[in-house]
Design a protein around this ligand. Structure first.
Ligand code: 6BB
Length: 609
């Protein structure tokens, strides 16, 4: 991240670890300083975006227009000369994909709970004239309440004449693409989404894809034929629903309207799927407005007026995060952030004097008339009234920005975008030992893990343990230069990391972390963490997976024959309580989810776990 971009985002957020790196975006966890709320921050480098810049614009425009209980919320957009930051709803449950594979497959009952939410989100998206066009379990995240939130609207389309108008761009992931789409025909976005939902439902119920092959062309052929296996555990009603969604002829495919009250979705429910937004439009939460009005020493009217602009700035973010906090039954109180992590992560623990009469930042908007501290309603005159209990009793729903139609913004479709699949390369690579270097020498940015100088090739596979950043087990391909410490961005990341107490603890860790059972943690029969770690390392070396060991964490990556990083993931040996066993936490950071699953199955089954 450049210094100026960093400064801009750090005005409002504390940045934490990176949880994902996609083609052109990096997703970090963060915390909003004024509310103390956790957020996800999607960071994009404008220069690196190149032709993908319209995709970001598409996503931002769509997310401003869509507010729904099963769509990830956009809180804040920050654009600097070099970067675009999207501050988004925090979904600690991670991807639905990981959840499915951790359970092998879901029971029909659990699949139904999730699928009703997916149908609800898509019916809403279609009702707003959009098609998502990249539906897959990696694009559905699980929030704190175990509800699904749809993400990644970068490929969505809003045909000018309405959703019944044809689209031409072939996009999304091959395995989820509808037959008419891969044939290059003009297609209807909503019909293509229904097909992808059929593939998604199949993945929920089976734990694998209906149309799969190592070869993309073979995947396409299977899709065109529309033939898939029906595992013996699928009930007749599930089989029927899948066949209605996975109809090769889009005109014979079931519509979202019929899905809402389909017998399969109704089993165990008395109501059809509720697809309308539960966030009321055009109504602002009184308590949140009052808090903002007191905090900024502005009249409620002025605050109302400013929030209603929905600029997706600091005010929008603060209001929406306060509202979300209130909906979770938490006390809504804005605090001036202190500089330490502790202060910003424990906002309600701060002293009363940390409240201030902050004039909102001039660069954001101007509050021209100074207003005395005054609140409109008596009920809110004493802020201590806003306690957890009253909030819970009130059960105030979310107030929503009335979706704004982007001004003069047209959807730009890119031909041939997104259809690519990366298969882990099985290459005969020679590994090289590496030595960490402490000072940045080359500010060139790189996506790769490399942070070390490559020394002459010596043996097949080594790892280097480093204190602060990663060293890298490199390959001898000439095309790849030794990347010396990466960019200034990583330098800054590191400074932030060093200043974060929890991180400091982790980097010096000489025993495994104690973690709770989680679906991203595989339990083992082993009691000795070091034995397990060595076991994993041996398997990684055998499978040509490069890794860097950092305490009990292995930062892993695979590369294609051309030196492109195809997959990044972490494996961490951890200690579980109840039962007291050693486990392996896994986290995918980059790469195709199903290819990752196969590699993971392979690695974990090869370990004597
Ligand atoms: C998002 C998120 C929101 O993440 C790599 C890509 C929101 C992610 C999250 C999480 C785990 C723990 C805590 C929070 C909007 N767009 C993208 C987003 C993409 C990453 C998901 C995980 N895999 N919360 N979280 F995923």
């Amino acid at each position: 991240m450049s210094v100026s971009s960093d400064e801009e985002i750090l005005k409002y957020y504390e940045l934490r670890e990176t949880i994902g790196t996609g083609g052109f975006a990096k997703v970090k966890l963060g915390r909003h300083l004024l509310t103390g709320e956790k957020v996800a921050i999607k960071i994009m480098d404008k220069l690196a975006l190149g032709d993908d810049l319209p995709r970001v614009k598409t996503e931002i425009d769509a997310m401003k227009n869509l507010s729904h209980q099963h769509i990830c919320r956009l809180y804040h957009v920050i654009e600097t000369s070099k970067k675009i930051f999207m501050v988004l709803e925090y979904c600690p449950g991670g991807e639905l994909f990981d959840y499915i594979i951790s359970k092998d497959r879901l029971s029909e009952e659990e699949a139904r709970v999730f699928f009703r939410q997916i149908v609800s989100a898509i019916a809403y998206v279609h009702s707003k004239g959009y098609a998502h066009r990249d539906l897959k379990p990696e694009n559905l995240l699980i929030d704190e309440e175990h509800n699904l939130k749809l993400i990644d609207f970068g490929l969505c389309a809003k045909p000018k004449g309405g959703l019944d108008y044809h689209l031409n761009t072939c996009c999304g992931s091959p395995a989820y693409a509808a037959p008419e789409l891969i044939q290059g025909k003009a297609y209807i976005g909503s019909e293509a989404d229904i097909w992808s939902m059929g593939v998604l439902l199949y993945a929920l119920l089976c734990g694998f894809l209906p149309f799969d092959d190592d070869n993309v062309m073979a995947v396409y052929r299977r899709i065109m034929r529309g033939k898939y296996t029906i595992p013996k555990w699928l009930s007749p009603s599930s089989t029927l629903l899948l066949s209605q969604m996975l109809q090769v002829d889009p005109k014979k495919r079931i519509t979202v309207k019929h899905l809402l009250s389909h017998p399969w979705l109704m089993e165990g429910y008395s109501d059809a799927v509720h697809w309308q937004s539960k966030y009321p439009q055009g109504h602002l939460d009184e308590d949140c407005v009052t808090e903002l009005s007191v905090f900024h020493n502005q009249s409620r009217e002025r605050i109302l007026e400013l929030i209603s602009e929905w600029n997706y700035d600091q005010l929008s973010a603060t209001y929406l995060l306060l509202q979300s906090k209130k909906a979770r039954g938490k006390r809504i109180r804005l605090r001036v952030p202190l500089l330490t992590e502790h202060a910003s992560t424990t906002p309600s623990a701060g002293p009363e004097h940390s409240r201030h009469d902050a004039q909102l930042d001039n660069t954001e908007f101007t509050l021209s008339t100074p207003v005395t501290r005054k609140v409109a309603s008596k009920k809110h005159a004493n802020k201590e009234n806003v306690d957890t209990e009253s909030v819970l009793k009130n059960e105030m729903p979310f107030a929503l920005p009335a979706p704004k139609t982007p001004l003069g913004k047209t959807q730009i479709e890119k031909q041939g975008q997104g259809i690519s699949i990366q298969v882990p390369a099985c290459k005969e690579s020679q590994f090289t030992t590496v030595t960490p270097i402490k000072k940045p020498k080359n500010p060139a940015n790189t996506n790769e893990l490399t942070a070390a100088e490559v020394l002459p090739e010596r043996s097949r596979c080594h790892s280097v343990e480093l204190d602060l950043n990663v060293a890298h087990v490199d390959c001898s391909q000439k095309k790849r230069k030794a990347k010396i410490f990466g960019s200034l961005e990583r330098g800054l990341d590191k400074v932030i990391t060093m200043l974060t107490p929890s991180k400091k603890k982790r980097s010096t860790r000489d025993e495994p972390r104690k973690l709770k059972a989680h679906y991203n943690v595989t339990t083992t029969q082993l009691m000795n963490p070091d034995q397990l770690l060595n076991e994993i390392i041996a398997v990684l070396s055998k499978k040509q997976v490069e890794y860097v060991k950092k305490g009990y964490t292995l930062k892993c990556q695979t590369q294609s024959d051309f030196g492109k990083v195809t997959m990044k993931f972490e494996l961490e040996v951890c200690q579980l309580s109840k039962p007291e066993v050693v486990g392996i936490r896994r986290q995918r950071l980059k790469g195709d989810a199903w290819v990752y699953k196969r590699l993971m199955d392979d690695i974990l089954s090869s370990c004597q776990v």
